[in-house]
Write a new protein. Sequence first.
Length: 268
Amino acid sequence: MSPAHPPQEAPAVVKLGGSCLDDLDGAWWDDLARLGRRRPLVLVHGWSKPLKKLSARSREPSAILRDRYGNQSRWTTPEVIDDIKTVSARLGSEVLQRLQRRGLSAERLLGSDGLLAAGEAERWWWQGKQLVELENLVGPVTGADPTLLKDLEPGQARLVTPLARNASGREVNTDADRAAAALAGAVGAPDLVLVTDVGHLLIDGEPVHEIGAEAAAVFRDKGATGGMRKKLRAAGEALERGVDRVVIGSAPVTELLAARTGTVITRT
């Protein structure tokens, strides 16, 4: 009888913040490649910084909308979808080259090509002091189909651009952190790593090294702002989808996974 094959380790799912990609040095990518030789990689990227560089309209205050619940979103038109695809293709090419130079087989996938599903967007947004009805091509991630990520092996990486399709089949912008959370749950990843430009979650100015999901949700709703609020929402969704823990930080991924730095968010 031939020996049974050992179970394949689940992919490592890492979200790369668009605001920090330019700051990740060669040693950071070397570390990621070493991890990728042991485990398959599913990477999700943001695009906030390169999008602002590409288009003046994405730098204007009016590019960011706030809904009646206080949530912020980029005002996404068909033209902005095109801009996102332009900057994502450039960014994706750079990331793939960095991985391929380090010996990994790497490909880019659009989430809107059957990978990510999104719900309908909020239609009422504040403009000045008035709520007005606007079409905004965004939507919260409602699910992820892991078919395109099946059978990944160590040495292989997939870079996902977090566009999605809504119920009517329209291509929409969606939050990269929450997209990464959905993908981590779909592929059975034990961990989700959110790489950002801050070293830790801060509460009352103090770095938090570990926090439970319930306490993180309380801080999300009563203290967190901007990008960290979205990251904490994504962390909660990842844990609800079966991920064991979420790590937020700016260090090499293996350092974050080892909990030597960053903030670890656990179910309890």
